[in-house]
Ligand binder design. Structure first.
Ligand SMILES: [Zn+2]
Length: 379
């Protein structure tokens, strides 16, 4: 009888909404550890914090990912929209961390009337943050680095997944529930260490609402782009979940003005999705007066190792054939001058003057006339 009762309880838990939230029983820094998140188990009208257990390092040290959930009114789990915010999948790209933190601090004051759900992962890649660099370090076979933003939706342990693949698998399946707990996704990045930009985004306009989402960002550059397989954005988009990748500023810094701009953007999205009460009856009309919309990027690279001398700054317009950088040797002699391949805009350039052969001296955004670039391309 006891068995039947517990079976009934289990079926009741798993029946309507899938797997119940699985608390491992561990508590880290006062925060409960889970191995699966079911939004219907999260307290309503509150912001909850969890650690998701994603695996163990060699030697058995457990790896936990912090997860915020803001749930609003009880019925709004079904009737409202579900927004995902994620940051620092690249461990040196930290501006987005502060955006997620600030949004959830704000949501604490809005959950009473919140019409929907917001899931936040402020640090997707704690190993990269610990190592102060982009990728995830796996230690066996002398060690290697994995770009986690190329392995989504990940690989299960039983299928041989390495820890970065398992991390992606656990986030995709055990937080986002194989997309069923997300309606719109925003993934926050900066350029890699050594590069500089202002505010731009990748957006795959082929999926409805992605264009609206990208324009709500009011970025300096909007890159129409078919996406990168294995990225959070493209994995969402290929599963029909509108998503963009936001690139903001510099790695390894918190840039207050860019954090403000992206915080304001997330608030416009919360309003647009009716998750927070709107101040207006009219849909927000984005100000795109300073936004350069481009289908195409061209990355100009150095032929030599040496030092790059920038002749054009980020966000400066360029014309085809204009010198954009000199490469100098250790004595200061100019080894080569790099020219803009097209008329457009310098949207991202090296901040670090030391340079290797094949490394970028500047990335130009422009609109290619090639019909194959209509949905976006990188040349
Ligand atoms: Zn990144």
């Amino acid at each position: 009888m006891q068995f039947l009762t517990s079976l009934f309880v289990s079926l009741a838990l798993f029946g309507a909404t899938g797997t119940a939230t699985n608390f491992t029983g561990d508590v880290v820094n006062g925060v409960p550890v889970i191995s699966y998140l079911n939004l219907s188990d999260v307290p309503t009208r509150s912001v909850s914090r969890y650690y998701l257990r994603v695996g163990e390092l060699s030697g058995g040290l457990p790896v936990h990912i912090p997860v915020f959930v803001a749930r609003g009114t009880p019925e709004s789990l079904e009737s409202g929209k579900k927004l995902s915010l994620s940051a620092a999948i690249h461990g040196d790209e930290l501006n987005g961390v502060r955006v997620v933190q600030r949004i959830f601090a704000q949501l604490e004051g809005q959950v009473e009337s919140l019409n929907g759900t917001v899931i936040g992962i402020p640090t997707v890649n704690p190993m990269g943050i610990y190592l102060n660099q982009r990728n995830y370090f796996t230690s066996h076979n002398s060690g290697w680095l994995t770009n986690i933003n190329r392995v989504f939706p990940g690989t299960a342990a039983v299928d041989g997944g390495s820890l970065p693949e398992l991390l992606a698998y656990n986030i995709w399946n055990n937080v986002w529930a194989n997309k069923s707990q997300v309606d719109v996704g925003i993934d926050l990045h900066t350029p890699s260490s050594g590069a500089e930009t202002s505010l731009w985004c990748y957006a795959d306009f082929r999926l409805p609402y992605v264009e609206r989402l990208a324009k709500l960002l009011q970025p300096d550059t909007l890159k129409i782009d078919p996406g990168e397989p294995g990225s959070i954005e493209t994995t969402f988009v290929s599963n029909s979940i509108p998503s963009i990748t936001v690139e903001m500023g510099l790695a390894k810094v918190w840039n207050a003005s860019l954090i403000d701009r992206v915080y304001d953007f997330v608030n416009r999205v919360l309003d647009d999705l009716d998750i927070v009460p709107s101040n207006s009856t009219q849909a927000y009309s984005p100000d795109l007066s300073k936004t350069y919309i481009a289908t195409t990027f061209h990355d100009s690279v150095s032929t030599y190792g040496g030092f790059v001398e920038q002749l054009v700054t980020v966000d400066e317009p360029v014309t085809k054939g204009q010198p954009i950088a000199n490469i100098r040797n250790a004595f200061g002699d100019i080894l080569e001058t790099i020219y803009s391949p097209e008329t457009g805009k310098m949207f991202q350039s090296p901040q670090d003057p030391s340079i290797e052969p094949g490394a970028s001296v500047g990335q130009i955004a422009y609109n290619s006339t090639d019909p194959e670039c209509a949905d976006g391309c990188i040349l």
